[in-house]
Design a protein around this ligand. Structure first.
Ligand code: PLP
Length: 457
């Protein structure tokens, strides 16, 4: 097919929504390290995890061997409301850059929650319902995950309790109201509803909260309430598994037009959208069938891959969750105020961490003002107003396209556009008013929190 026949939007048919999720771990020679019990330092057993998480999700979490998990019909029915998502050819951006590179992006922002997080939220809500639970608890920082989970829970008529980091609760009232529209209860964290919340408030009156604290509150409520479990929107293996729907659709759309990707790029917070986007491509790479350059993009203010340490660490600040082996900046690491709320986690998916350690992928970090400059260029050429998180991938894609301009190479670049930025206009405002700063932690800052890593081995 000739080049100019490739449409702006490549759509798949409804019946081309994947019927199974793909589990990259099945093709990894070096499996990701197991979660450890923080008390005994022994690998977490299914029985231990099932007090906190839904049973089928625990099974998915621990399964390093099954390559494909069938997507239940009920979940596929929900996916049909907003999937398949389009794979877009960025013709206008290419022209603006004057690059011979071909740029494609998979757009996951076309649903009310505005991001890819709904792909896993609906799966997690489904398994909770199937287990006969009353409801689920979770934390949310910037609010995207809480919003996605509220939508998913209302679909299956489950109760949804969200602990929202207090500063976001106050600064992002509109996200909060979207969650309440879908029937979720939203509590600013730290709260007086939990022991851990009361303790933190006593120690730090007036604190505006943190993600780590909100996790501890949500876990406490889940384990102490009959018929409730805790759910998490990123980092975990099960979340990467559900997000593989992004990559499987991307690959199907590329294959439909005989397009060969050279470089695949995604932003990395906890690693779920990136892990999902790259899944089938990484599978080919792991099996030695094909090669791709795969690039993780993180903020320079929270550089887990590029400046972190590959070691066991706590997943939360309260140190109640299992230990995970990952690239981490230390669970005490508090990134400087940074508008990419969804990329502020101190650690990284253990699956992606292992792949990075084994040389299967690269990572770059980018500065916030450069990210917003890229976001604006993208909005003005492609029309979509991107989320700040997604704009990290845009920035790296533009950089790669400009390298092609220098060398004259016609590479094909595919990146993940994870969401829209309508709730992030305060950040855009700061950028426009030149009030945005580029804080980058010093080596000493990072060494301080790395020194507190738990001693394992
Ligand atoms: C949460 C979020 C991310 C980062 O999370 P990952 O688990 O790393 O994918 C990226 N983009 C958007 C729009 C998000 O909401």
């Amino acid at each position: 097919m000739s080049e100019n026949k490739i449409p702006y939007k490549i759509y798949l048919e409804e019946n081309e929504i994947p019927k199974a999720w793909y589990n990259m771990r099945a093709d990894m020679k070096n499996k990701p390290a197991p979660l450890l019990n923080p008390g005994t330092l022994e690998p977490m057993k299914a029985e231990e995890l099932s007090g906190v998480f839904c049973e089928e999700l625990v099974a998915q979490e621990l399964d390093n061997d099954t390559a494909f998990f069938e997507i239940p019909e009920e979940i596929r029915e929900f996916y049909k409301m907003y999937r398949p998502s389009p794979l877009m050819r960025a013709y206008r951006l290419e022209e603006k850059l004057g690059t011979p590179a071909k740029i494609y992006y998979k757009f996951e922002g076309n649903n009310t929650s505005g991001s890819h997080k709904l792909n896993s939220a609906i799966a997690q809500a489904y398994y909770a319902k199937k287990q006969g639970l009353k409801g689920v608890t979770t934390e949310t920082g910037a609010g995207q995950w809480g919003t996605a989970l509220s939508m998913a829970c209302s679909y299956f008529d489950l109760d949804c309790k969200v602990f929202m980091v207090k500063v976001s609760y106050e600064q992002k009232p509109f996200r909060r109201e979207v969650m309440r529209t879908y029937g979720a209860s939203v509590t600013p964290s730290p709260s007086t509803e939990t022991n851990v919340g009361r303790k933190i408030l006593e120690k730090h009156p007036g604190t505006t909260g943190s993600l780590g604290c909100a996790i501890s509150e949500a876990v406490e409520v889940a384990v102490s309430s009959e018929g409730y479990r805790y759910v998490l929107g990123s980092v975990l293996n099960q979340v990467l598994l559900h997000q593989s729907v992004i990559g499987l659709e991307t690959k199907a759309a590329l294959d439909k037009y005989g397009i060969n990707a050279d470089i695949i790029i995604g932003c990395a917070g906890g690693g779920s959208n990136l892990g999902g986007l790259i899944a089938p491509f990484m599978g080919e790479k792991l099996r030695g069938e094909k090669d791709y350059r795969i690039i993780a993009v993180e903020p320079a203010s929270c550089p887990s891959f590029t400046r972190g340490t590959f070691a066991y660490d706590f997943c939360d600040t309260g140190m109640v969750c299992p230990l995970a082996k990952m690239y981490t900046l230390g669970s005490d690491f508090i990134p400087a105020p940074n508008h990419a709320g969804g990329l502020r986690y101190h650690g990284m998916s253990s699956t992606l961490s292992q792949l990075y350690a084994d040389g299967y992928m690269e990572a770059v970090s980018v500065k916030q003002t450069d990210v917003f400059e890229a976001a604006e260029k993208f909005a003005r050429t492609e029309g979509i107003l991107p989320a700040p998180e997604s704009s990290h991938a845009i920035k790296a894609a533009i950089d790669e396209a400009l390298k092609c301009k220098e060398t004259g190479e016609e590479k094909t670049i595919v990146f993940g556009l994870t969401g829209t930025g309508y709730f992030d206009m305060v950040a855009y405002e700061k950028f426009h008013d030149a009030k945005m700063s580029d804080y980058i932690p010093t080596d000493e800052d990072i060494a301080k929190t790395i020194a507190k890593l738990p001693k394992v081995e």
